[in-house]
Design a protein around this ligand. Structure first.
Ligand code: HEC
Length: 128
């Protein structure tokens, strides 16, 4: 299929470019790090600092982006319900003891309900 040759050539050129870029990067070792093209990947530093941030980030991003977590605003009881939901419905390993405290403390302090008490908006997770 001659018509596909330009595409194959472009792909080859791209691979060569990638290889050259990786080899040129100081300290780049094939086995060491995955290619640098992972723009969707999140990083704990993108989220508000606080005790337990990294633990929480890694506990939750095993399955989904942390933005899904950070866009919520809930009180501690509601966060507890979320942890339970992740555990029961989505198969998250139950957080226990100190780890659970750390995660809940961070979530409660960092992503509290956004409206003042008695405000109009009701969190959909609230079942009071
Ligand atoms: C074992 C996998 C798993 C882990 C670990 C996990 N979740 Fe989830 N979570 C899910 C799935 C699956 C969904 C629903 C699908 C989606 O929206 O991506 C979800 C959805 C959510 C939602 C949105 C709820 C909704 O109904 O829209 C929140 C909030 C949430 N997770 C919080 C957390 C927090 C906080 C943690 C870390 C403490 C966490 N999750 C860890 C699997 C997980």
């Amino acid at each position: 299929m001659r018509r596909h040759e330009p595409i194959a050539a472009a792909l080859l050129a791209w691979r060569l470019f990638l290889a050259a870029a990786l080899l040129a990067a100081p300290g780049a070792v094939w086995a060491q790090s995955p290619p640098a093209f992972t723009p969707r990947e999140e990083n704990p530093e993108e989220f508000p600092a606080g005790p337990g941030r990294d633990d929480t980030f890694y506990a939750c991003t095993a399955c989904h982006g942390f933005k899904l977590v950070a866009q919520q605003g809930m009180n501690r009881r509601q966060w507890e319900e979320i942890l339970q939901l992740m555990n029961e419905k989505h198969g998250m390993a139950a957080l226990e003891g100190k780890e659970r405290e750390t995660v809940l403390n961070y979530l409660e302090a960092t992503f509290p309900p956004r409206t003042p008490a008695g405000g109009g908006w009701q969190n959909p997770f609230s079942n009071r």
